[in-house]
Ligand binder design. Structure first.
Ligand SMILES: N[C@@H](CCC(=O)N[C@@H](CS)C(=O)NCC(=O)O)C(=O)O
Length: 216
């Protein structure tokens, strides 16, 4: 049995759930006891982060490590390309997403409560995000996904990030010209059979979470 410490609103959890679906795996999501980061949860997962996978005596955090583990556990459909160079390229894109794009999206969360809003911060963060998406467009040629027609490990994290981006743009109205190749990629990714239901569920969880923040 695969157990995942997770919450519906977790973007890295969503990344992992897309992988489960693509691999045809059944899993059970568990709420971290007392919430992520809590002393009770840190006793199980020392970093306190979600997602964390429990399987066959292994407890492992970090979504990319979980993704590689699942890809080895169930090799078909393969989510890494055949050649060593292409695998390195896909891993690099996944790291770029997790370390350069997602943290900028997350940085907007502190601006949700109307009383905390700082227009300069929002504009500056949007400019940084623009730079990262322009860089992404230089490093990838989606056709239609990052590794051609096969869903790869690098694609999974982008789905929740596109949901967050759509939500934040609607809310804050900041300037961002997503390169056209990335706009097309987002549409293709979110319509993929292994992604679309999880994407839809994530949008619902995100809308509920944002509504609660706006009311706070
Ligand atoms: N690098 C981690 C990031 C996971 C992460 O930041 N998860 C958030 C929830 S979506 C979290 O646990 N935040 C709590 C914390 O950073 O202490 C991964 O890829 O799993």
């Amino acid at each position: 049995m695969l157990l995942l410490y997770d919450l519906a609103i977790s973007s890295y959890g969503c990344k992992t759930r897309i992988l489960f679906r693509h691999k045809g795996l059944e899993w059970k999501s568990l709420n971290p006891p007392d919430g992520y980061g809590s002393p009770a949860y840190c006793k199980i997962v020392p970093s306190g982060t979600i997602p964390a996978l429990l399987h066959d005596g292994l407890t492992i955090a970090e979504s990319d490590a979980i993704a590689e583990y699942l890809n080895e556990l169930v090799p078909v459909p393969a989510m890494l390309p055949l050649s060593m160079q292409d695998r390195a390229r896909i891993r690099a894109i996944s790291r770029f997403h997790d370390t350069r794009i997602e943290p900028l999206l997350r940085a907007f969360f502190g601006q949700l409560a109307p009383a905390n809003r700082n227009p300069d911060f929002i504009a500056e963060n949007a400019a940084l995000l623009q730079r990262r998406f322009d860089q992404l467009a230089q490093m990838v040629t989606p056709s239609p996904l990052l590794d051609g027609t096969d869903l790869s490990l690098a694609d999974c994290g982008f789905a929740p990030s596109f949901a967050i981006l759509n939500c934040l743009r609607g809310l804050f109205g900041f300037e961002l010209n997503l390169p056209s190749s990335i706009t097309t990629y987002a549409a293709n990714l979110c319509a993929h059979p292994s992604v679309r239901d999880e994407y839809k569920a994530y949008v619902t969880a995100l809308d509920d979470w944002v509504a609660a923040k706006l009311a706070s």
